[in-house]
Design a protein around this ligand. Structure first.
Ligand SMILES: [Zn+2]
Length: 231
């Protein structure tokens, strides 16, 4: 396989991983906001309260997703930075040891000892830290953890998933809200399930059925709670 082809393939994998994360976020948004609206609507709440509940669920969910993602990606970025700092220090204090270390990595990848030593020397003369970051730590510009970007992406994914049930609640007469929101949410979950399966290269039917099933269960449970405690 050509190097170009391998690179293109790796890009595809990274893009799809990103798409999968987005689908999961949207899934969360639809499921939690949809079932919350169904619960509130089943308690015979007014249209205004239904709308405010839905909007609050959207905003609170998006913020909590963003915060969670920010914290987790930040700590990943911290540990990457610590790795790089340690590497810098080792390069300053033990150059020969670092050459040997990198040569060892290239030998493991199949180069013979002479060539591995030569490659390690040439690459380290060109950009020692870059070579160690890439080939020893497995870090690159492309994989570097970006907390803000990750936080924004997951908040966006959640909000777009949550927007559908909120719109359904706004656009249907109050008496029909729990039905319309349930139906729209379950359809959206089924579509997201299919998209997620395509992104993951998995067969389509089972994941779609699974999210649809749990979507229906969530709507039934919250609608039951709404009826139980509604006035
Ligand atoms: Zn090193």
């Amino acid at each position: 396989m050509s190097r170009l082809h391998l690179q293109a393939e790796r890009h595809a994998v990274e893009k799809l991983g990103w798409l999968r994360a987005a689908v999961l976020g949207a899934n969360d948004g639809t499921l939690s906001t949809g079932s919350l609206i169904v619960g509130v609507a089943s308690s015979h709440a007014t249209r205004d309260s239904i709308f405010i509940a839905g909007l609050s669920a959207l905003v609170a969910g998006a913020l909590s997703m963003a915060a969670g993602e920010y914290v987790s990606v930040s700590s990943q970025a911290d540990s990457e930075r610590a790795d790089i700092d340690r590497e810098k220090h080792e390069l300053m204090t033990d150059w020969d040891g670092e050459v040997a270390e990198l040569a060892g990595i290239y030998r493991e990848r199949g180069l013979d000892a002479d060539l591995a030593q030569k490659v390690a020397l040439v690459l380290m003369k060109h950009d020692a830290l870059g070579a160690h970051a890439r080939d020893e730590l497995g870090l690159s510009e492309m994989t570097a953890a970006r907390p803000l970007q990750a936080a924004f992406a997951s908040a966006t994914a959640f909000s777009s998933g949550a927007l559908l049930p909120v719109l359904a609640a706004v656009l249907t007469p109050a008496a029909w809200v729990s039905w319309s929101v349930s139906v729209i949410s379950v359809i959206a979950l089924a579509i997201l399930g299919v998209v997620g399966a395509v992104a993951g290269g998995a067969p389509l039917l089972r994941p779609a059925l699974r999210v649809t099933f749990w979507g229906v269960i969530a709507m039934l449970v919250t609608s039951g709670i709404g009826h139980l405690f509604g006035v």
